[in-house]
Design a protein around this ligand. Structure first.
Ligand SMILES: NC(=O)c1ccc[n+]([C@@H]2O[C@H](COP(=O)([O-])OP(=O)(O)OC[C@H]3O[C@@H](n4cnc5c(N)ncnc54)[C@H](OP(=O)(O)O)[C@@H]3O)[C@@H](O)[C@H]2O)c1
Length: 265
């Protein structure tokens, strides 16, 4: 199957690399378009996909068109692609642009709206997606294959996408902050800076993999490492006293609310 990308920035490039790595298709089956020739040249040099300065040429190339431009550029991109978009499958990762607003702009299109995250760059994204009513099972298979190339994929209802944005969309930044704070704690207690950061990163990777591989509830794994009157209990008590749990709940809620505002809801 062939794929067209409108937008050739960080996310488009990560998705294309993931698709090629996962052998969803070959480089000759992909075309990418965007206004910046240097971006297209770099993408072509690095991945051997086809490139074009024309959204219309790109959209005409494939039955599935991925929208990977910024929200403010959607209207212009649709106008430039014109009739070549009609009756196609549109897979959009554009934050805050609803399925109905895309469906209104393009005659006869079927829309899958997805929210990946920045870990797409290392093939470990969490991507949630929602579908317009006219999407077919074959369309869903296509989108699942595309996003499986960059990580894990979760079908959701469209109304959940703001909360997805607040949790997994913005989530990498929360974890960066936690890792930075853990390594600062290590430095405060006498560890060299690099060692402290390496230990914090590996600890977060290890804890996440423990959860993914055992499928245990986090509380079960936490209790397993918390011995009576021990070191971990002393640390956890401090986190609870300082409200870290509720701070994280409120962070996800605030980001969800901000996503609603930016979507104009
Ligand atoms: N970054 C993330 O973690 C993340 C996560 C989830 C969703 N998203 C969504 O993904 C989308 C892309 O994000 P990004 O980080 O990849 O941004 P980016 O690196 O800035 O890429 C945007 C791309 O769109 C191109 N573009 C601009 N106007 C266009 C037009 N009229 N037609 C076709 N292409 C056009 C840009 O070209 P020029 O450089 O020439 O302007 C650039 O190649 C955004 O809508 C964002 O909301 C991003």
């Amino acid at each position: 199957m062939k794929f067209a990308f409108l937008g050739a920035g960080k996310m488009a490039s990560a998705i294309i690399r993931g698709m090629l790595r996962a052998k969803v298709c070959g480089p000759s089956d992909i075309i990418a378009a965007c206004p910046e020739p240097a971006l297209l040249r770099k993408l072509k040099d690095e991945t051997s996909v086809n490139v074009s300065a024309s959204n219309a040429e790109a959209a005409a190339f494939a039955p599935a068109v991925l929208f990977c431009m910024k929200p403010a550029d959607v209207a212009g991109a649709v106008e430039q692609a014109g009739a070549a978009l009609e009756n196609k499958l549109i897979v959009s990762i554009v934050a805050g642009v609803s399925i109905s607003s895309l469906a209104k702009r393009v005659n006869g299109c079927r829309v899958i709206r997805a929210m990946p995250n920045t870990a797409a760059m290392v093939g470990r994204a969490a991507t949630a997606y929602a579908c317009s009513d006219n999407v077919t099972p074959a369309d869903v298979e296509v989108a699942e294959a595309v996003f499986a190339g960059i990580g894990a994929v979760f079908p959701v209802q469209e109304k959940m996408l703001n909360a997805v944005t607040g949790l997994s969309g913005s989530g990498p930044a929360y974890i960066y902050l936690v890792i930075e704070a853990m390594s600062d704690g290590g430095v405060a207690c006498g560890l060299p800076r690099k060692l402290a950061l390496d230990l914090a990163v590996q600890t977060v990777i290890g804890a996440a993999e423990m959860l993914a591989e055992t499928s245990e509830h986090p509380a079960v794994l936490r209790e397993m490492v918390t011995s009576p009157a021990g070191t971990t209990m002393a640390g956890l008590r401090e986190l609870e006293t300082r409200g870290v749990r509720s701070a994280i709940i409120e962070a996800v809620s605030a980001a969800t609310q901000r996503s609603r505002e930016l979507s104009g809801e």
